[in-house]
Write a protein that binds this ligand. Sequence first.
Ligand code: THU
Length: 138
Amino acid sequence: MSVDAPQRAALVAAANDARSRAYAPYSAFPVGSAVLTADGAIYSGCNVESAAYPLGCCAERVAIYKAVSDGHRAIRCVVVVTDTSPPAAPCGGCRQVILEFGPDAEVICTNPAGDTRETSMTQLLPFGFGGSELRGRG
Ligand code: THU
């Protein structure tokens, strides 16, 4: 079932709010994200960079790790907010992490102006590598 309008508005608001707290002094590219869990909880995150560049973490992963560390392992929807036009989609690494917890998740990419692109994990990461591959070893 797709995410209803009030949930969607709450997710977009949470992602924009999180984006305002992005720590992105090196890229100057603040990103906000919010995820909706199967039991209706919303977790948000922003990108957090490091002077040791590879240690930085994307907004989507921060939001998902917060949800999982609180015990929510099923993600229904991911919202990502960037100030780009068209709105940017999650990077490849984040797609892999979203696949882990939300293989059927809706993905909503938006910007502060409200331009929106809606997609899904099945579109963003077809034929992905998941836990079923590891379980299916011969
Ligand atoms: N970034 C995200 O937070 N999410 C993405 O999906 C793409 C990139 C962050 C990482 C880095 O802090 C900055 O954007 C520039 O790549």
